[in-house]
Design a binder for this molecule. Structure first.
Ligand code: DGL
Length: 276
């Protein structure tokens, strides 16, 4: 158990989507300090190669370690699918990702063992959910589908727009024909479209939100003092576009986010020397 009040919980994501994870963790751990890093300069990770995502993930985790975090939460499904094991080997703090908790929940709620998984191209290609779910329950039958446009719809604030319904129908019509009773939202952005997705798939299919599940896993690692009256601090860092992040973050979190700091993770002579 980690219990050092001076250290924060570190969360990273490819951008703004991981705030769905931040929101759940903030709810569960009101007195903890949280450092969130969104790699807004290099988002999206979904279509990128595993090695590129791995390299970015190592840099993101190193930034959090430099800020003295006591645990690293990989909010990004794409990063989790390629980088979890490497980050666990490289760093001396616990590292948790969204795939195991999401898979565990899916296995627990599914009655017919027919489970759907949706995520980015990278996550689906990695087969990380398939492998994890099959390990937990051998006779599971898994159906996967990448839904890349969901990310843009969420970023655009179009989660309830009719375009979202059309895209949802296009992506999910086939997968629901397989009589799945559980659908894992295997991407940070998809919980933002939860209502639209649930409306299309119907009430008989249970949606699994990895953001909720990972915050439960964190409880097994952090012994936080829920009795304290002190509210934890939030620290938001991004690699680009802090104003866009502020706007989206305020919408996703339902409160005004004013302080967001920009940081440079890679060697970037031009940016370091030409921007204020
Ligand atoms: N954060 C990514 C994930 O959960 C979605 C956005 C992206 O493609 O970078 O997989």
């Amino acid at each position: 158990m980690v219990n050092n009040k001076k250290q924060a919980i570190g969360i990273f994501d490819s951008g703004v989507g991981g705030l769905t994870v931040f929101k759940e963790i903030r709810k569960q751990f009101p007195s903890e300090d949280i450092i969130y890093f969104g790699d807004t300069a290099r988002v999206p990770y979904g279509p990128k190669s595993p090695n590129t995502v791995l390299e970015y993930s190592i840099q993101n985790a190193r930034f959090l370690i430099q800020n003295n975090v006591k645990v690293i939460v990989i909010a990004c499904n794409t990063s989790t699918s390629v980088a979890l094991d490497v980050l666990r080997k490289l760093f001396n703090v616990p590292v948790i990702g969204v795939i195991e908790p999401g898979s565990k929940k899916a296995v627990n709620v599914s009655k017919n063992n027919r489970i759907g998984v949706i995520g980015t191209e990278g996550t689906i290609k990695s087969k990380a959910y398939r492998k994890t779910i099959s390990k937990m329950k051998k006779d599971s039958i898994i159906f996967e589908k990448s839904c890349p446009l969901f990310v843009s719809l969420a970023e655009e604030g179009w989660e309830n727009h009719e375009v979202a319904s059309i895209v949802t129908k296009e992506y999910l019509s086939e997968i629901v024909k397989n009589e799945i009773d559980t659908l894992v939202l295997g991407c940070t952005h998809y919980p933002i479209l939860k209502d639209t997705i649930q409306k299309f798939v119907g009430k008989k299919i249970t949606l699994v939100d990895s953001a909720v599940e990972i915050s439960k896993s964190l409880k097994e690692i952090i012994n936080n003092d829920q009795n304290t009256n002190v509210n934890g601090e939030n620290y938001f860092y991004v690699s680009d576009n802090e104003n866009k992040f502020k706007k989206l973050a305020s919408r996703i979190l339902g409160e005004k986010i004013e302080l967001v700091q920009k940081v440079y993770l890679g060697e970037s002579w031009f940016l370091k020397n030409n921007e204020g």
